[in-house]
Every structure is written in structure tokens, then in C-alpha cells.
Design a protein around this ligand. Structure first.
Ligand code: UTP
Length: 289
């Protein structure tokens, strides 16, 4: 097995951002703890990673983000009280990490997504790893990362999840210069962070799921700040193009950008409409409006 096909066991969750678009909600609560129906965003991302075969979860946290790690702990008092009252513990079981499954590292200053990923370098070591941004809630079966792993097992190397974005929105995404397309896979020839619509090389925008080779960490060692003065993951990934296989994959899933108010509301509605216990009431309310 060549290095670029090593199995994927680790996933990095950068959760140290400030979440300024959702203030004041995110003043004291991490954005990734915001709840869609009955689970925080981080739970959806962790479920998706576990389904894709990930064995080690690496959270890159910052100040005020400890509740994300606590959430996956065993809540002894709560469990013992519920047991005494004869209540089911089923809902709590999902949110428990196994011994050693979850590791957290700190990003002491929010210097950008590339910097957050780099903070996980010692835990990642020399293995390929996934990156999941929990504020992109991906609704799909199988999950988005599982679909990416399926692509990874075919082509190896580096894979970003991508979707066509509106021309006027290119300035909010990393945009791909596309090469040959084969089914849902497009060869990546170049990548640029947040280009203005008139200079964007395409409308193929990178969204919050990645499978990366460990060499990106050595590039990040040297990475200077880019767009917005932040250390950009896109700039570091772009330097691997030509040295390692690099593809963008379109997955069969709906992305909800929960880092944005509208996206967050729509995610709640969309997921509620999928649930038998909630859909009739929600549908009735929407129809009445
Ligand atoms: P965003 O671009 O959504 O930034 O980050 P943000 O700070 O969280 O939110 P706004 O724009 O101020 O509202 C995308 C992902 O990268 C993480 C965030 O936590 C989020 O999961 N991130 C970003 C970090 O972990 N560290 C950083 O320095 C920047």
C-alpha cells in the first residue's frame, strides 16, 4: 500500500473559531454546541466521522470551548439519577466517547483554519486525516465523509468536498481550478481562497470536509497569513497540487451552513421535516404562514 492510500483513522475538528456571525448566542457558548432539534452541531459531525470508520477524534479547541469536550464525557451524576428514576439512557449513549477516542489540543489564538489544523500536527503524526467543520451540517445517507472515504479508497491522496456555489458567493469559499472530471470526482489543478466573482477560476467551492495527507502539516509549518490576514488551509493545500493526487468530490448530501443565521434556521426546518415525530406539526405551521 502506498502512503497516499494509508487507511483513514483520524479526524480533526477545528472548533476554536469565534463564531462572530452568530453573536450574541456565541458570546459564551461555542457555535458547535448550538442545537439543531435535539443534538449540538458537534454531535452530527462526530456521528458522521464514526460512520466513516474514524477511530480517533481530535478537537482543536480554544478559550471558552471546554463544554465541547465535556459534552462527550460520562455524566456520572446525571446517569445515576436517571437510572434510579428508571429513565432510559439511550439519548446519552451517543454523546459518550470511548476511553482514548477523543483528544483535544488548543489553538491559543484564532489565527485561521490552516493554523487550527496545524495545531493538531503532533496527534495526526504521519497518517492521513480527515477535517470536519461542524458548522457545515451535512445531511446525507451514507454520510458525506463515508462517501468521501469511498472516493479516497479509489484515488488516494488529498480530497476536498465541493459543490457549485452561486457566482456572487465565490468570495466566501476556497475555489477550485478544475481539471478532468470523472463521475463525482474532479481533478484539482489549483485552488484560491475567497476570490472575487470576476477572477474566480470556477464556481466549484470547497465546503467543510477534507481528507488530507500528513505532508500538509509541513507546508503549514511555513505558511504565511493569506486572505483576511488568516493562515489559510486552502493556501497550504494548493502547494500539494502536482506533488500528490488531489481531487474534489461532490457528495450526495445537503449542506446546511449553520455558521450563518439563515442556514441554521433552514437546517432546523429541514431536519424537522425528516422526522416523523415533528414533521406533521412543522408542516402544518409552515402551511398556515
Ligand atoms: P469560520 O470561517 O466559520 O469562522 O470557521 P468562525 O470564527 O468560526 O465564525 P465567524 O465567521 O466569526 O462567524 C470555519 C471553521 O474553522 C474553525 C471554526 O471553529 C469553524 O469550525 N476555526 C476558524 C478555528 O478553529 N480556528 C480559527 O482560527 C478559525
Amino acid at each position: 500500500m502506498t502512503d497516499s492510500f494509508k487507511p483513514l483513522r483520524k479526524a480533526v475538528f477545528p472548533v476554536a473559531g469565534l463564531g462572530t456571525r452568530l453573536l450574541p448566542a456565541t458570546k459564551t457558548m461555542p457555535k458547535e454546541m448550538l442545537t439543531v432539534i435535539d443534538r449540538p452541531l458537534i454531535q452530527y459531525a462526530v456521528d458522521e466521522a464514526r460512520e466513516a470508520g474514524i477511530e480517533q477524534l481530535v478537537f482543536v479547541t480554544g478559550r471558552g470551548k471546554s463544554s465541547l469536550v465535556d459534552y462527550f464525557d460520562v455524566s456520572f451524576e446525571l446517569e445515576s439519577t436517571m437510572r434510579k428514576k428508571g429513565k432510559s439512557l439511550e439519548a446519552l449513549e451517543l454523546s459518550r466517547a470511548d476511553f482514548g477516542e477523543l483528544i483535544s489540543v488548543r489553538q491559543q489564538q484564532p489565527l485561521g483554519l490552516g493554523h487550527a489544523v496545524w495545531c493538531a500536527r503532533h496527534v495526526v503524526g504521519d497518517e492521513p486525516f480527515a477535517v470536519l467543520l461542524p458548522d457545515d451540517l451535512m445531511a446525507g445517507t451514507p454520510g458525506a465523509l463515508a462517501q468521501m472515504v469511498e472516493a479516497y479508497n479509489r484515488v488516494g491522496g488529498n480530497i476536498v468536498c465541493a459543490e457549485e456555489v452561486a457566482r456572487e458567493k465565490t468570495g466566501s469559499y476556497g475555489i477550485v481550478t478544475p481539471g478532468a472530471t470523472n463521475g463525482n470526482l474532479t481533478e484539482v489543478r489549483g485552488m484560491v481562497e475567497k476570490p472575487a466573482p470576476d477572477v474566480a477560476p470556477s464556481r466549484l467551492g470547497v465546503i467543510g470536509r477534507y481528507i488530507l495527507q500528513p505532508e500538509v502539516m509541513s507546508v503549514l509549518d511555513q505558511q504565511e497569513p493569506g486572505a483576511g490576514g488568516e493562515i489559510q488551509l486552502t493556501d497550504a493545500m494548493a502547494k500539494l497540487i502536482g506533488q500528490q493526487p488531489f481531487h474534489a468530490v461532490k457528495v450526495d448530501a445537503v449542506r446546511h451552513d449553520c455558521g450563518d443565521k439563515t442556514g441554521y434556521v433552514l437546517a432546523t426546518l429541514a431536519l424537522a421535516l425528516e422526522r416523523d415525530d415533528l414533521a406533521p406539526t412543522v408542516r402544518e405551521f409552515l402551511a398556515s404562514r
